[in-house]
Design a protein around this ligand. Structure first.
Ligand code: HEC
Length: 250
């Protein structure tokens, strides 16, 4: 059959592209860019790709220091923080994660590997004592655990001197830290981490922040205080009962 034969089948015409690598490459580029445009273009017209949830606030200075320790120690290498909307996940870990719940995480901590369980809703699951014992030596509370211990954390004093600068940097990225929050960051870290009574100002800025002696060392502030403040907050910011009642899901 020659090129001029009328009524060639589609298959035969496709062979022309298949036999010419440049034509095939151009064809692939066109097909892939159509797919890309369909995915990317709508994002420019959406006001926001993250549905806002009112109760979600930025981290307090102490929680942010805990977040930094979590990143520094590479906890994300073994733990994810993203509960997928699949039945087994939801039954094990709780309500699936919302985009808004990690909107103030820079960098996000979704993780990609689960040597240990997902931590997105670990806040409030255990007591502070349990968290402290577990960090010191995981096998003291979970005999078969393969998690490494971090015994120095409860001894290493926490130095919040520069946390205000971190808040200011996150503000540049769009995290809604106000000037007062940035200016008072060091005092706010002490207010939450020392285990003494926190000022009403602090609680107004960071509603539902946990103010108690997290590290078991009243008057002092260690890395364990910060990490436990962060862990105990995880997944507690949204009251899913309100949403599920509205949607009639039980
Ligand atoms: C080598 C992998 C590994 C690393 C690194 C690791 N973990 Fe774990 N983690 C585990 C495993 C496995 C478990 C389950 C057994 C247990 O409870 O100890 C676990 C359990 C936990 C739990 C209890 C979760 C639950 O729902 O029962 C918390 C909280 C936790 N890890 C926090 C951390 C923090 C914080 C860090 C970083 C400082 C960290 N882990 C680093 C493997 C790891």
């Amino acid at each position: 059959m020659t090129a001029s034969t009328p009524g060639r089948s589609l298959w035969q015409r496709h062979q022309i592209i298949e036999k010419n690598s440049i034509l095939l490459l151009i064809g692939i580029l066109i097909a892939v860019s159509i797919g890309g445009l369909v995915e990317v273009l709508p994002l420019f017209y959406l006001k926001s790709t993250i549905e806002k949830v009112d109760s979600i606030r930025p981290y307090s200075p102490l929680e942010l220091m805990g977040f930094n320790i979590y990143v520094r120690e590479g906890c994300y290498l073994c733990h994810s923080q993203m509960i997928r909307p699949l039945r087994d996940e939801v039954e094990r870990y709780g309500h699936y994660s919302l985009a808004a719940e990690s909107m103030y995480d820079h960098p996000f901590q979704w993780g990609s590997k689960r040597n240990g369980p997902d931590l997105a809703r670990v806040g409030g699951k255990y007591s502070d004592d349990w968290q402290r014992d577990h960090l010191r030596n995981p096998r003291a509370v979970v005999p078969a655990s393969i998690m490494p211990g971090y015994p120095w954390m409860e001894k290493k004093p926490l130095d919040p001197t520069h946390i205000g600068e971190h808040l200011a940097t996150l503000a540049l990225e769009g995290v809604p830290y106000t000037k007062d929050m940035i200016d008072d960051a060091v005092a706010d870290a002490w207010a939450q981490g020392s285990g003494d009574d926190a000022s009403p100002d602090f609680l107004k800025r960071y509603p539902k922040a946990i103010v108690r002696d997290l590290g078991g060392n009243k008057g002092q502030m260690t890395e364990a205080d910060a990490l436990i403040a962060y862990l105990q907050l995880l997944g507690t910011q949204v009251d899913f009962k309100i949403y599920d009642d509205k949607a009639n899901i039980r």
